[in-house]
Design a protein around this ligand. Structure first.
Ligand SMILES: *Cc1c(COP(=O)(O)O)cnc(C)c1O
Length: 382
C-alpha cells in the first residue's frame, strides 16, 4: 500500500557510519546515542544497525526509551542518562538498564529500586565540567561520590562509569573544551582517590563532534549520535565521509493549472506570476516540515529544485512547477544524501537556521519509517 509520504532509512549507511566512527575512535568502545527514536530514524531497527556497525553499547535520554529497546529485543548494555524523580526505576534495574545520576537524592531512589529488584543497579556518575546542563557541579561531586560508595558498600549499586558532556565540541578551537577536559580529569582523579573509579570504570565524554575532532577526549568510550545517521557534527569542517541515512519523500496529492495572479495557501504569501502548474505535497508542520520553511526550503520534483510556494500548513504545502509535467502520485524528495540532486538535511538546516539534529528528530509519527539496505558496508576513506 502506497503512503502519502515516507522516510526511507538506509540501515547500511548507519552501519557504515558507525564503522567509520569506531575506526576514528581508535580503540575506544562506542556507545551509540539512539534517543528520540534514534534521531527520528526508527528506534529498534536503527539501534540494531548501530550494534552491527560496531557499537557495543547504546545510550538513551529516558528510561522509557531504554525499556523500548529491551521490548524490541535489544540485549546490549543500555544507559539512560536523563532521569526524573519518581520514574519506574525498578523495571529499569530488572531489565538491566544502566542509570546515570548527578545528585544524591536520585542515588537514594536508584538504591531503593535496586533493593526491591533484588539486584544491584549499574550507575554512571555524571559530572558537570562546564556544560551547565546535566551533571553534578564540581562542588557537589565529593558528596555524590561518597553517597555512591556508601551504597556500593551495601551492595545495592555498582559504579560502572564516570562521565561528562561538552558544551562546545562542535566549535573548533573553543577555549571551553580544554577547560572542560581539565575539569573532567580532576573529577576523575577525585573519583579514583575516593575509590569510586577503579581500573574497570568506563570514562566517557565525547559526542560526535569530539569523536571526529578531539582525539584527546576519547578515554574508554565515545558517545556519538548525529554522525551515526550520516550528518556532520561540524558542518564547516565538511562531511567526514559520513553518508546521510534518511531520505524524506512524498507523493504529489493533486496538481492543477492556475492563471497568473493566483494566491497560494494561507495568507497568499505566494502569488503566481504566470499561468502555471501547482503541486500539492502531503506533508506539513505536523510532520516536522517547519512553518518557517515557507518560501525558503527546496524540494526535488520532476528532476528540478522547487521552493515551497506559500505557507507550510499543518498537513500540506504547495510547489509551483511552471509548465513542467507533474501528476498526482509523482514522487517529491524533500531531502536525502544529495546524489539525485535533492537537497540534503544539512541544506534544510542551513536554510532554516537550525541544526540537522532538529530537522530529523522532528519528522512526525504520521510518516512511516521504511528501513532499507542501500549503501555498501565498506567505509570510504574520507
Ligand atoms: C545527544 C547526546 C549525545 C550525542 O550527541 P551528538 O551531538 O548527536 O553526537 C551524547 N551524549 C549525550 C549526553 C547526549 O545527550
Amino acid at each position: 500500500m502506497a503512503t502519502p509520504a515516507e522516510a526511507r532509512v538506509d540501515l547500511a549507511a548507519i552501519r557504515r557510519n558507525v564503522a567509520l566512527l569506531k575506526e576514528r575512535a581508535g580503540g575506544a568502545e562506542l556507545m551509540g546515542a539512539v534517543k528520540a527514536d534514534a534521531y527520528g530514524h526508527g528506534l529498534v531497527p536503527s539501534a540494531k544497525a548501530v550494534l552491527e556497525g560496531g557499537a557495543s553499547r547504546l545510550g538513551t535520554a529516558f528510561v522509557g526509551e531504554a525499556l523500548a529497546l529491551r521490548a524490541g529485543g535489544v540485549t546490549a548494555p543500555v544507559l539512560a542518562w536523563l532521569i526524573t524523580p519518581g520514574e519506574p526505576l525498578d523495571r529499569a534495574v530488572e531489565e538491566d538498564i544502566e542509570l546515570s545520576a548527578a545528585h544524591e537524592g536520585l542515588l537514594v531512589e536508584i538504591a531503593a529500586a535496586a533493593r526491591r529488584a533484588g539486584r544491584p543497579a549499574r550507575l554512571h556518575l555524571e559530572a558537570d565540567t562546564g556544560m551547565g546542563r546535566g551533571g553534578a557541579p564540581l562542588a557537589a561531586w565529593p558528596g555524590l561520590l561518597s553517597k555512591a560508595l556508601e551504597l556500593r558498600a551495601e551492595g545495592v549499586v555498582e559504579i560502572v562509569g564516570v562521565w561528562s558532556h561538552f558544551a562546545c565540541a562542535d566549535v573548533p578551537g573553543h577555549p571551553s573544551v580544554g577547560q572542560q577536559l581539565e575539569a573532567y580529569e580532576s573529577a576523575l582523579k577525585q573519583a579514583e582517590q575516593a575509590g569510586a573509579a577503579g581500573s574497570s570504570v568506563i570514562r566517557h565524554v565525547s559526542n560526535s563532534a569530539a569523536v571526529l575532532t578531539l582525539p584527546a577526549a576519547r578515554f574508554d568510550l565515545v558517545r556519538p549520535g548525529i554522525a551515526m545517521y550520516g550528518l556532520s557534527p561540524v558542518p564547516e569542517l565538511g562531511d567526514f565521509g559520513l553518508r546521510p541515512a534518511m531520505t524524506l519523500t512524498a507523493r504529489i496529492a493533486l496538481t492543477k493549472r492556475v492563471p497568473e495572479e493566483s494566491g497560494v495557501s494561507y495568507g497568499h504569501l505566494y502569488v503566481t506570476d504566470r499561468e502555471t502548474t501547482l503541486g500539492l505535497v502531503p506533508l506539513g508542520y505536523a510532520d516536522g516540515i517547519l512553518r518557517h520553511a515557507t518560501g525558503r526550503a527546496e524540494v526535488l520534483a520532476g528532476g528540478r529544485r522547487r521552493k515551497v510556494a506559500g505557507r507550510v500548513c499543518m498537513d500540506q504545502f504547495v510547489i509551483d512547477v511552471g509548465d513542467d509535467p507533474l501528476s498526482p502520485g509523482d514522487e517529491v524528495v524533500l531531502f536525502g544524501p544529495g546524489d539525485g540532486g535533492e537537497p540534503t538535511v544539512q541544506e534544510w538546516a542551513d536554510t532554516l537556521g537550525t541544526i540537522t539534529h532538529e530537522i530529523v528528530t522532528r519528522i512526525g509519527s504520521r510518516v512511516p519509517r521504511v528501513h532499507q539496505h542501500v549503501t555498501t558496508d565498506t567505509p570510504e576513506r574520507p
